[in-house]
Design a protein. Structure first.
Length: 267
């Protein structure tokens, strides 16, 4: 049976329903598909789709999110490819959609992420499972928001994702929305992921600087470098997957942020 869906870029995508040969080209969405129970259907993923690790080892790797192996994807003959506007390159997607059904997400907020989980659930015939995940995520993040208010968490923060040059998560990003749920205000006023200098960060009077584990793997030596330039700020290493993965990882993120809030209330 063929069925037509509208993806988050407004494109109509017609697939053989339910899809039996799925390639996922975004790590957080790959994890979601496995958590929805699609062990047999997922035939390909990227080299960054490392969760769950035992599933990663068993699947064909079709390149990286930004540089896909198009010919290998052709050989796998998928009946559905699931990607994301920000994670994947436009040229790759345009080449693939000429021959395959490609469904794209476009995510900026937690609400967007939950909408995506529901839509992917419908796309792959796993609506009850997707609804249950969304129930857990909604309840958990509402509790986190209430807890941040209760503890009067109101921190000015910068969230760094890259070095040389330093780059930060700005407004109109999923990370920015997650910060807000946890009582933190982003000092970066620019949208998306602007380059910033330590001198610029210093002028924002930020109280916390969060160093992400991905895409750049910040470590303690980088903490020292930044602390020397901005001694008045508290520097923390954080798990980038918890702040930026927008699939079923959000269920695990709830507990992470409960502990994170405890940590920052002590500053």
């Amino acid at each position: 049976m063929q069925k037509t869906f509208t993806d988050q870029m407004g494109r109509e995508v017609t697939i053989n329903f339910p899809p039996k040969r799925i390639i996922s080209i975004v790590p957080s969405q790959t994890e979601l598909l496995f958590d929805l129970g699609l062990d047999q259907e997922i035939i390909g993923l990227t080299k960054f789709c490392i969760h769950p690790i035992e599933k990663f080892a068993e699947r064909t790797k079709v390149g990286g999110t930004k540089k896909l192996n198009i010919e290998l994807i052709r050989d796998l003959k998928p009946d559905l490819i699931i990607g994301n506007k920000e994670e994947n390159t436009q040229s790759d997607i345009e080449e693939l959609e000429a021959d395959f059904s490609v469904w794209m997400s476009d995510i900026f907020t937690l609400d967007d992420a939950m909408k995506t989980i529901g839509q992917i659930g419908a796309l792959v015939d796993r609506e009850p499972e997707a609804s249950y995940l969304n129930h857990l995520i909604s309840a958990g993040f509402n509790d986190l928001k209430a807890l941040a208010l209760q503890h009067r968490i109101d921190k000015k923060v910068a969230y760094l994702i890259w070095r040389k040059p330093y780059m930060a998560a700005g407004k109109n990003t999923f990370i920015n929305d997650i910060l807000l749920f946890n009582g933190m205000t982003n000092v970066i006023e620019d949208e998306r992921y602007p380059a910033v200098t330590l001198q610029q960060l210093k002028t924002t009077n930020c109280e916390l600087i969060l160093l992400s584990s991905e895409p750049y793997p910040f470590s303690e030596k980088h903490m020292e470098e930044i602390q020397a330039a901005i001694p008045e700020a508290k520097i923390i290493l954080v798990d980038g997957e918890m702040f930026s993965w927008y699939g079923s990882r959000l269920v695990k993120a709830v507990q992470y942020f409960f502990e994170f809030q405890k940590q920052i209330t002590s500053f």
